[in-house]
Ligand binder design. Structure first.
Ligand code: CA
Length: 338
């Protein structure tokens, strides 16, 4: 375990049974000179078996994961599992309390701060704690995301790209075991600062999700999350095997093709989408319009898809600024799957 962190927990990661508590990171703002930022943590351990990290609240406005992990913390008893669960239902707790993607403390997106910095801001200290203290204890990592306030995303399990065939195989098997309606590779254009990219670097089997979004709670997505977490824990052998329901769609793996998968606002205005999420679209098809509400003499600007595929994500707020992501298309994944 790293000696560099000032974070502290009363939870003993080596102890059997169920412990519910916090990781406390010293924090000294104006209103609390010797205070702590508290991150909820539960460890449930029984006998021999793998250690699986279950994480929610990486972004504070994505609610399905934290809801389902709260249920697990309350309901799961040690004798029901084999191995160890490290459950972090609200890892970026300041952002979760604020219902925001980014931290209200330092403005950072936790999922762009890995491997973190023990001498950095609170968000950087959280990612450093995960990277240096939590990951080395575990075999697998499940990071439960949704689309957040700005995006609706079709409920899906997410594959993080990995550098070796063996790591790819283990990740793909675990993500397919989640049994979401869709399976998508998301590489964030090669982004290396995410929790999932850091988890792959640490050698952990890595599973992601995108479960709805729009800053609200979808009961359907909560149920997909609940079933998926149980499915993946059964896959790892932490929970007993369970009969898996037939998949809602086929087992093909989609990916976001690159810049052409995104419809980006070229102007400020109000975006009107013209295609339903889940529809199949083609390059050149009219995707939506930007309206100029205070300049009615100016006709709207038409936006077009640049790729064929499934309309996978759509912007939630109507207002856009230049560069905002309006629509996301996923299609057959072209990268390495073996
Ligand atoms: Ca997210």
């Amino acid at each position: 375990m790293s000696k560099k962190t000032t974070a502290y927990t009363t939870i003993d990661f080596e102890k059997s049974g169920k412990q519910i508590g916090f990781v406390d990171i010293p924090h000294s703002p104006h209103e609390d000179a010797w205070g702590r930022t508290r991150i909820p943590l539960a460890v449930i351990a029984n006998g021999r078996g793998p250690t699986v990290i279950l994480q929610g609240g990486n972004h504070g406005d994505e609610y399905e994961g934290p809801i389902v992990l709260g249920e697990l913390v309350r309901e799961l008893t040690p004798e029901k599992i084999q191995g160890r669960l490290i459950i972090l239902p609200a890892i970026n707790s300041p952002a979760v309390s604020a219902g925001r993607r980014t931290s209200p403390v330092d403005g950072l997106n936790l999922n762009r701060t890995f491997p973190g910095d023990h001498n950095g801001t609170i968000t950087q200290q959280i990612s450093a704690y995960i990277n240096d203290v939590i990951y080395p204890q575990a075999d697998a990592f499940v990071d439960l995301h949704s689309g957040g306030s700005s995006l609706h995303i079709m409920p899906s399990a997410i594959i993080e790209p990995a550098p070796t065939p063996e790591a790819r195989r283990r990740n793909i098997e675990a993500v397919l075991a989640f049994n979401a309606p869709l399976t998508v590779v998301v590489d964030n254009n090669g982004e290396s600062r995410t929790a999932s990219a850091a988890s792959v670097r640490a050698g952990l089997v890595t599973v992601g999700t995108e479960l709805g979004g729009g800053g609200t709670v979808s009961p359907e997505a909560v149920e997909i999350c609940r079933q998926g977490v149980h499915n993946v824990l059964a896959h790892f052998g932490v929970l007993p095997p369970r009969p898996v329901a037939p998949r809602n769609e086929n087992r093909r793996i989609l990916g976001i093709p690159g810049p052409e998968g995104f419809v980006i606002a070229p102007q400020a205005g109000v975006f009107e989408p013209l295609v339903q999420a889940g529809s199949w679209v083609h390059a050149g098809q009219l995707a939506g319009r930007i309206h100029y509400l205070t300049n009615p003499g100016q006709p709207p600007t038409d936006l077009f898809f640049d790729a064929d595929g499934l309309l996978y994500g759509r912007r939630q707020p109507g207002r856009v600024e230049p560069g905002n992501c309006c629509l996301v298309v996923a299609n057959e994944y072209k990268g390495k799957l073996q």
